[in-house]
Design a protein around this ligand. Structure first.
Ligand code: RNT
Ligand code: ZN
Length: 418
């Protein structure tokens, strides 16, 4: 992309936006500071590096068999380092417990500790990422249909121990990076068919959570993620939205909103302003459900821009943590990351460029035609010129130029993986 063209377009956009009271340089400064928590699991189809037999299942499923999956820690780090050369800003990296550096040791989930993540902490520091963390209760011989809500005390205790240890890992990460590590807790617990014991399972989950959260930490923050249903667990989900919303409000825990975990016509964006009033902060899993919780790569669609606009309109950038959650195994996985991250940033930029003062003035005056008209016009203001300038300033590929860089990396690296 020609530098002078990007520069010229930026100048024109600056004038155009100034006319409606928007300062694009302020928007650019803000965008530069927004960290996106990049999920580790797009790189390898949610397999991880445990030396236990991964059982799959647990209500989630990556589909596709595009060549080049990261098969070990070195390959995964290399892929992420490539991604980092194609995105602007400073970001976070979200690890699942099964991605620990276990060497060739068999470390069961109730044995995990911070030592298994020492090399990750070191690597993250070197590449300028802050870490987030996730406990992993799926894909294990003891996973079954029920983990933290299992009536069998032995199984329940195993997962309680796992999750407690994961919190200790998150605490160590937070301390190491001098910035709180956010730990997400998502379990698949549910039932394929009708159950007559919903209250029992949910009260068991509540008790397990109370036990897990009994230890207070300074360098980590907890978030709890609900879900509508899982594959093979279609009829009932113990950790539903009502369950975690109630738990989060009562115990002041962050609730994670995954865009694929609601009815398809339900607006996740609309939940932001309510949650902000009753829970301390919010964690997001930005994703793209297609007909179901399919975890397609994030694109710049209305659902994502509605979400980012709600964050900005609520002035909640310091309270809403933006994490990604998609895993598409049918296309180039490094490319999938770059598309998803860039699209999330574009949505954030569009939200930052909204002529909010003018829109609010119209609304206060009851000028609803004017409000609607400006909302429509704002969609086609030259935000893309501001986006290209953001890429230029960050010294990364502008526009579609990153496609060839991904193709080159595929040729040199990922296509050579067996
Ligand atoms: C599953 C949840 C959860 C997972 C990751 C791998 O439905 O969305 O966040 O995708 O933990
Ligand atoms: Zn999720």
């Amino acid at each position: 992309m020609k530098t002078d063209l990007v520069q010229k377009s930026y100048e024109i956009a600056k004038e155009r936006y100034a006319a409606i009271g928007v300062n694009i340089d302020t928007a650019l400064e803000q965008l530069q500071k927004i960290a996106i928590s990049i999920h580790c699991w797009q790189a390898d189809d949610v397999v991880g590096f445990e030396n236990l037999s991964n059982m799959g299942g647990g209500g989630i499923q990556a589909t596709g068999n595009y060549p080049g999956r990261a098969r070990n820690i070195a390959e995964l780090r290399s892929d992420i380092e490539k991604v980092l050369t194609l995105i602007g800003g400073s970001h976070r990296f979200s690890l699942h417990e099964i991605y620990g550096d276990f060497g060739d040791k068999v470390v069961d989930r109730d044995q995990v500790g911070p030592e298994h993540f020492a090399s990750w902490m070191q690597w993250a520091k070197e590449v300028g990422l802050k870490l987030d963390f996730n406990s992993t209760s799926f894909g294990h011989p003891k996973s079954g249909d029920l983990t933290l809500a299992n009536p069998d005390k032995e199984i329940r205790d195993f997962w309680i121990e796992h999750t407690k240890r994961c919190r200790a890992v998150a605490e160590a990460m937070g301390k190491f990076q001098d910035d709180p590590c956010i730990m997400n807790l998502w379990i698949h617990d549910g039932s394929k068919d009708l159950t007559v014991n919903k209250y029992q399972y949910r009260s068991l989950l509540e008790k397990s959570l109370d036990e897990i959260f009994a230890t207070e930490y300074k360098n980590m923050k907890d978030c709890i993620e609900s879900k509508l249903f899982g594959i093979a667990l279609e009829s009932f989900t113990v950790g539903s939205h009502d369950f975690y919303l109630g738990y989060g409000a009562k115990k002041q825990k962050m609730v994670t909103l995954d865009m694929g975990h609601f009815h398809l016509s339900e607006s996740v964006a609309d939940k932001i302003s309510s949650l902000l009033l009753f829970t301390p902060e919010i964690m997001l899993h930005v994703s793209r459900p297609v007909r179901w919780d399919s975890d397609h790569v994030v694109i710049l669609n209305d659902e994502v821009t509605d979400l980012t606009k709600e964050i900005i309109r609520a002035n909640a950038l310091n309270k809403v943590h933006i994490g990604l959650d998609f895993f598409d195994a049918s296309i180039n996985r490094v490319g999938a990351y770059v598309v998803g991250i860039r699209s999330t940033q574009k949505a954030l930029l569009q939200a930052l460029l909204e002529p909010l003062a003018k829109l609010r003035e119209y609304e206060a005056n009851g000028q609803y035609f004017e409000r609607l008209a400006l909302l429509e016009e704002a969609k086609s203001l030259p935000w893309n010129a501001v986006w290209d300038y953001f890429c230029l300033k960050n010294d990364i590929a502008v526009g579609e130029d990153y496609i060839t860089e991904i193709q080159q990396y595929e040729k040199d690296v990922t296509s050579k993986r067996g």
